[in-house]
Design a protein around this ligand. Structure first.
Ligand SMILES: [Zn+2]
Ligand SMILES: [Zn+2]
Length: 347
């Protein structure tokens, strides 16, 4: 048996620690000592009671750590014990229609991923050790800290989204929302050769966007963002608009910012999901593509791993605070404050 310690959300705004036991490593599995877990929106929403899931819930899917043991059948030359890794804690079955059409991020079975015997529901990164198939491990460069590497997963999510936005050199791109995901979109859109406008009410986040390469930042509470995008683009509107906010009203606004042949990416999940009004005629006449982006596929994770390892994307500005595992409650309380970027829990 493997003994693990888990940090779980036990009730709205409350966390607790659990000592658990799970069976020994299976074929092709690795035991990873967790060194850093970044707190994502999912577990923050569970903590706040916005998303109701069975409790106790062990969040954490943005994980970096150190390989400490391998099960039978796991090639010891690929990830020998001691290897520093980013961990993909997202399982796909490889069997369903989505997986077999290159859309493993929408795997039917991932939603019902089998929780290992003895463990609690949830993605399960907020533990002192995690057990994953070795093909979910990605080596991290010596120059990259565990804290930095824990942001591989959110970066991978944005890599997926930027690929869906199919940005062309020199295009105008609008990013709505200056949280961590919005800031990653700014950096990636710049790498794709775009001119980027950030729309964000908080001044501190606008400053971050500008520091990370955004060409313009506007406050949508002080000026009409649709008119601002119109003026910024000389009436053409944007080639791509990425909405990282969970607001259906903003979705409709974002649609009005899209230019001819442009793409609207609904990046954030929406809670509650309410209908938004967009123009079918405008969609037709301007050949607007309206799409979404949900979770990365394995290839996006590999790209994110490479972008971090090579120093092409730097994440330091996106880490607001680091807390030891034992101070998990404070970590959650800090993470849910609006001005906070990522909070990382370390061991
Ligand atoms: Zn995440
Ligand atoms: Zn599948």
């Amino acid at each position: 048996m493997i003994r693990v310690k888990a940090l779980a959300v036990t009730a709205p705004k409350q966390t607790g620690f659990f000592d658990l036991e799970t069976p020994a490593l299976g074929f092709g599995e690795a035991l990873v000592r967790v060194r850093a877990v970044a707190l994502c929106t999912l577990e923050q929403r569970v903590f706040q009671g916005v998303i109701k899931l069975p409790l106790p819930f062990v969040g954490g899917h943005e994980v970096a750590g150190e390989v400490i043991a391998l099960g039978a059948g796991a090639d010891p030359t690929a990830f020998p014990p001691g290897t520093r890794v980013a961990v993909r804690l997202f399982y796909h079955c490889g069997l369903c229609a989505a997986c077999r059409s290159g859309q493993s991020n929408m795997c039917e079975a991932a939603k019902h991923k089998p929780v290992r015997e003895g463990l609690l529901p949830g993605p399960g990164g907020l533990m002192d050790q995690v057990i994953v198939p070795v093909n979910m491990l990605f080596k991290i460069d010596d120059a990259i800290s565990y804290e930095q590497a824990s942001l591989t997963e959110p970066l991978a999510c944005c890599v997926h989204s930027i690929n869906r936005a199919a940005i062309r050199l020199g295009e105008d791109v609008v990013v709505i929302g200056g949280g961590v995901m919005g800031q990653f979109h700014v950096m990636l859109a710049k790498l794709r050769g775009a001119r980027v406008l950030m729309s964000e009410p908080l001044e501190k986040r606008r400053e971050t966007a500008l520091a990370l390469g955004a060409d313009r930042a506007i406050d949508p509470t002080r000026e009409d963002p649709v008119a601002a995008v119109g003026a910024w683009t000389g009436g053409e509107r944007a080639g791509a608009v990425i909405n990282t906010t969970a607001d259906a009203g903003v979705f409709a606004q974002a649609f009005s910012m899209v230019g001819k042949g442009g793409r609207l990416i609904q990046y954030s999940s929406i809670h509650p999901d309410v209908p938004a009004s967009i123009s079918p005629q405008h969609t037709h006449a301007w050949e607007v593509t309206v799409t979404g982006s949900v979770s990365p596929v394995l290839e996006d994770f590999a790209t994110a791993n490479r972008l971090l390892n090579l120093g092409i994307i730097k994440v330091d500005r996106l880490i607001s605070a680091v807390f030891p595992f034992e101070e998990g409650q404070q970590a959650f309380e800090t993470a849910v404050r609006p001005e906070t970027m990522r909070v990382v829990v370390t061991r």
